[in-house]
Design a binder for this molecule. Structure first.
Ligand SMILES: C[S@@+](CC[C@H](N)C(=O)[O-])C[C@H]1O[C@@H](n2cnc3c(N)ncnc32)[C@H](O)[C@@H]1O
Length: 215
């Protein structure tokens, strides 16, 4: 890749999702990425041959602009659109610049759906976590794949916000019509400074991968 995502060095379970995707879906499948940001996962998915529907509501993440980096330095961040263009991958990606909670995408439109640390954003707390998860589930065709990595509670205030969840609680959203394939979790770990977080800070992350059944 000619450019790096601003999130390039944050911890991720994406390799586990990509492994499940390769096992279960053809190489030219369509994957929806919810909270696509500047393309940390959109670019590798597209480069691997997948078509991608990238949903992101933050104009800066999509179109780029000036950014303050850890260490008080300023830079220009390219954003998803420029990154796709410079890699000549733009014709395989449909970018939807909207709030996922209100955007309209046909049910079963995608072979798989993926999100990384998006639903804990405070703007999503206005509706139950079930709305976000249910919308993601509805995009997936029968026999398709659902993958989410997410923030688990660390601070006391997180205990009162259901959007900081655990693999066990999240699995409760996957009843008839779904098989949970894999759950993983980290303990508390120190994440180095990144955009929006200028200091070392503590996270705990979870992963859930589920497959939609044929019925
Ligand atoms: C932590 S960032 C993503 C970092 C991650 N490592 C990556 O590149 O995928 C989460 C992104 O989700 C987006 N997001 C959160 N809620 C959203 C929503 N309801 N609709 C669209 N985008 C959303 C945010 O704007 C942000 O860009």
């Amino acid at each position: 890749m000619q450019t790096l995502s601003l999130w390039e060095h944050t911890l991720t379970f994406f390799p586990q999702f990509l492994g499940a995707l390769r096992e279960r879906t053809p190489a030219d499948s369509t994957v929806a990425v919810i909270g696509a940001s500047d393309g940390k996962f959109v670019l590798p998915l597209t480069a691997a041959g997948y078509r991608v529907v990238a949903i992101e509501r933050d104009p800066f993440a999509l179109h780029g602009g000036p950014v303050s980096l850890p260490g008080d330095s300023e830079a220009h961040a390219p954003g998803l659109i420029d990154r796709l263009t410079s890699e000549k991958l733009h014709d395989r990606v449909q970018v939807i610049e909207e709030d996922f909670l209100t955007t309209e995408i046909p049910e079963g439109h995608c072979d798989a759906v993926w999100t990384s640390c998006s639903w804990h954003y405070s703007a999503n707390h206005r509706s139950p976590l079930a709305d976000f998860v249910g919308r993601m589930q509805s995009l997936v065709r029968k026999r398709g794949l659902f993958g989410a990595e997410f923030m688990m509670p660390v601070e006391a205030r997180h205990q009162f916000i259901e959007h900081y969840t655990s693999p066990e609680e999240l699995a409760g959203h996957f009843g008839a019509g779904w098989n949970v394939q894999l759950t993983l979790r980290t303990g508390p770990f120190t994440e180095q400074p990144h955009i929006g977080q200028p200091y070392d800070h503590t996270h705990r992350m979870g992963l859930l991968i589920a497959a939609r059944t044929a019925t």
